[in-house]
Ligand binder design. Structure first.
Ligand SMILES: [Zn+2]
Length: 324
């Protein structure tokens, strides 16, 4: 058997970012897509319908229905965004998944009662979109998780100062977040590949006992990959691709189970014999209090904080990475 020196697989869906994307704005996730487990009924009360508090990341509207494109909400808080100070002599840590903000743009940080715009996290890049406030459309350049809250980075438009713009986002103001066409195309790409990564990782684990050491979900056109602890043979790669495609074409259902987070009960992140961490656990700074588990029917059970879409019948393409 021929062993490849590659220890990572690049993957993608056929038709990525092409006209073959046929998802429409009228689609909604199945009514049983998002399930709150018995005993965690308190979570229902964490979904905010007022300006008093924000829905925690883990229970956001975009996580309860990943196909939702518009959502009306109240402003909970807003402030002028200040770039974090850079330590002397050091350059800023390069973010591989967040778009860099234009240096001369005036940016507000806005927290809403709930949102259909997904904050970067768990390996999935941020959504971009817009917020409609008082008849004006404001670009949302990125959304980040701060603790347990989704923070929208809103670009001030027109000739307004930051202080003038803040008037549109005073606490209690009713606004509407929207995944606009560009944001929707970006989202479809991310969520399709995120589900693909779960599928690929689950197959590598169950068929070949190969844990996923790391993975990358990057914005188009950068490729996504999963990293495994040893080289794979040509036959193994062909088998995994065949299995993955079969499952994609079968249209396996995906659903989410949510419960209150109990960190004590979480299994510690496993390590390989060489001491490498396998995957990643919940971030230490996550304070949303929600534990989500994604299920791909009969295939996968992975704790993570994101939402996955229903599967889409396209071919999952897998390519070994040449390491040298
Ligand atoms: Zn994931």
């Amino acid at each position: 058997m021929q062993t490849l020196c590659a220890t990572a697989l690049i993957f993608g869906m056929s038709g990525r970012r092409s006209d073959s994307v046929t998802w429409t704005s009228s689609m909604v996730a199945d009514s049983d897509y998002h399930r709150i487990l018995p005993g965690s009924d308190a979570l229902r009360g964490w979904i905010s319908h007022s300006d008093k508090y924000s829905t925690p990341v883990g229970l956001l509207a975009c996580q309860r229905d990943p196909l939702l494109r518009r959502h009306r909400a109240f402003v909970v808080s807003s402030s002028i965004s200040a770039p974090p100070p850079q330590p002397k002599g050091k350059t800023a840590k390069k973010s591989v998944i967040a778009p860099t903000l234009p240096s001369n743009a005036v940016i507000l940080e806005v927290i809403l009662s709930d949102t259909c715009l997904f904050p970067e996290g768990g390996g999935q890049p941020t959504d971009t979109g817009v917020i409609h406030a008082d008849g004006i459309t404001w670009p949302v350049l990125k959304v980040l998780r701060h603790g347990g809250s989704a923070v929208h980075y809103v670009q001030v438009v027109g000739e307004r100062t930051a202080e003038e713009a803040l008037q549109f986002f005073s606490t209690g103001a009713q606004v509407e977040a929207e995944l606009d066409d560009a944001g929707w195309e970006r989202r479809v790409d991310h969520m399709t590949l995120h589900t693909s990564q779960h599928l690929l990782s689950a197959l590598l684990e169950t068929k070949l006992q190969l844990p996923t050491l790391s993975w990358s979900l990057t914005s188009y056109p950068s490729p996504c990959y999963v990293e495994v602890p040893r080289g794979m043979t040509v036959d193994e790669i062909a088998m995994i691709q065949r299995e993955a495609n079969n499952l994609v074409f079968e249209g396996r259902k995906v659903h989410i189970e949510a419960q209150e987070l109990d960190r004590e009960s979480l299994a510690p992140v496993e390590k390989t014999e060489a001491g490498r961490a396998v995957g990643r656990g919940l971030p230490d700074d996550y304070t949303g209090g929600v534990h989500r588990v994604v299920f791909i029917d009969g295939v996968d059970k992975n704790p993570f904080m994101l939402r996955n879409p229903p599967p889409k019948p396209e071919q999952l393409a897998i390519v070994p990475v040449a390491s040298h």
